[in-house]
Ligand binder design. Structure first.
Ligand code: UD1
Length: 419
């Protein structure tokens, strides 16, 4: 295992290029199961989660070649069984369900179960494929779905906590090869769904409305291979903006879609940070003490749950009181205890965290509990006085490409060491 050692209290400066989006990459890689053609996918982030999906595709019969940030996938899916060991390590792998069902007429995919950010049901995924005429059963922890022919249908995919990103992705992929028209109402509007829609279109799918709550798909008989570039990672970009705000710095974050980050930018502007669009880059300038601001997470275009922990780290060192509420994953607060070990004053009150901003955090040994919680600890470590050791950074390696190298490029003192 490895750890990060951060010597805090240094400003960041310079510029950083954002990598390809992890959450767009996973369903796009899964979508290659829909074709026997060759797919060349560029700007793929080099991450543990990406490699897990590549491994899963290999076990399903595909040939996967990786060269830097390019992944080339060929061959045909030849088994509907998604390996438990791989699916259980990454929830994102559940999005092979839709493409396997559409291509092979059958899918046996291990149920992803819960994780540290809370209970993670799959009812909307099942609702979607049942509406397309599939049957679904549970057996020994697996979902077994089958359909001799998928038929397009109108469906409502909103759930208790709003839309679901991967359920929308699963239905889009299944419907791409179904017979007739599918209309998904209350579809997830996340940019990663837009990216998946563009990828499917490039493969020959007839799909409209991706990025809006109503997606219309007219099934086609066959999809072909494609060369495609993944869009940039808005969560990584947002994390860098929050890091710069926390250490009161000016940096240029390159290759970002400003429009994807409006909820965060709006909040940062309110707190006193200056954020400017500069072509396809974002410049952030932060000099002064900020004012606190409450945040409630929502599905896109609301404030993303995947930036909640990092925003809380910023509020932890912003004098005054703020409240952070997670409406997407109401139990996603594992980072509170670790931030408090560094001197933060945060207490949990059901689905919210109440943060009393302090003037200073202090370096300490802390434990990463999940991907975004780990990023919050990195922010705290960059601000803190003294040395912070973050253990279990394999969580960070799941979702941030070369984070230590990028931070070093920005002038931070970050060391990756054996733990
Ligand atoms: C995706 C992202 C994850 C992000 C999340 C919310 C990937 C690989 N992961 O996860 O980083 O935090 O979106 O933006 O893209 N729900 C149901 N029933 C379902 C499915 C979900 O009730 O069948 C609920 C969830 O418990 C949660 C909410 O819907 O409260 C949103 O979850 P969802 O959008 O499905 O998250 P994922 O797609 O798994």
């Amino acid at each position: 295992m490895e750890k990060f050692v951060i010597e805090g209290g240094r400003p960041l400066k310079g510029e950083i290029r954002v990598s390809g989006s992890k959450n767009a990459t996973l369903p796009i890689l899964a979508a290659t199961l829909l074709t026997d053609g060759v797919c060349e996918i560029r700007n793929v982030p080099k991450l543990r989660d990406t490699w897990t999906m590549c491994k899963l595709l290999r076990t399903l019969g595909k040939t996967v070649e990786i060269s830097g940030n390019k992944v080339t996938i060929s061959g045909s899916a030849n088994t509907p069984v998604a390996d438990y060991k791989l699916v259980s390590t990454m929830r994102g792998s559940f999005c092979v369900l839709g493409p396997l069902l559409a291509k092979l007429g059958k899918a046996k995919v291990s149920m992803p179960g819960g994780c540290v950010i809370g209970v993670r049901p799959i009812d909307l995924h099942l609702k979607g494929i049942l509406a397309l005429g599939a049957k679904a059963d549970f057996e020994a922890g697996n979902v077994i779905a089958s359909a001799s022919k998928l038929k397009g249908a109108q469906m409502y995919l909103g759930g208790t906590f709003g839309s679901s990103v991967l359920a929308t992705a699963n239905v889009m992929m299944a419907a791409a090869l179904a017979h007739g028209e599918t209309i998904i109402e209350s579809a997830a509007c996340e940019p990663e769904i837009e990216d998946l829609g563009s990828f499917l279109s490039a493969m020959g799918a007839k799909i409209e409305g991706q990025g809006t709550p109503r997606i219309v798909i007219n099934g086609v008989r066959k999809l072909h291979g494609v060369s495609y570039r993944i869009g940039s990672d808005r969560i990584e970009a947002g994390t860098f903006l929050l890091m710069a705000a926390a250490v009161k710095s000016d940096i240029l974050v390159k290759d970002v879609q400003y429009n994807h980050l409006l909820a965060l930018i709006d909040k940062l502007s309110y707190t006193g940070v200056r954020v400017d669009k500069d072509g396809s880059d974002i410049r952030i300038r932060c000099k002064k003490i900020l004012k606190p601001a409450n945040v409630v997470t929502h599905p896109h275009p609301g404030f993303p749950t995947d930036l909640q922990a990092q925003y809380m780290a910023l509020m932890a060192i912003t004098p005054g009181v703020s409240i952070v509420t997670d409406r997407v994953f109401p139990d996603r607060f594992m980072h509170i205890a670790e931030l408090n070990r560094m001197g933060a004053q945060i207490r949990r009150d059901t689905g919210s965290a109440i943060i009393e901003g302090v003037r200073q955090l202090y370096g300490a040994p802390v434990m990463a509990s999940d991907l975004r919680a780990s990023a919050a600890l990195v922010i705290a470590g960059l601000v803190a006085k003294g040395k912070t050791e973050i253990h279990r950074i394999y969580h960070l390696d799941r979702g941030y490409e070369d984070l230590d190298q990028k931070l070093i490029q920005l002038g931070a003192k970050v060391f990756r060491e054996k733990d």
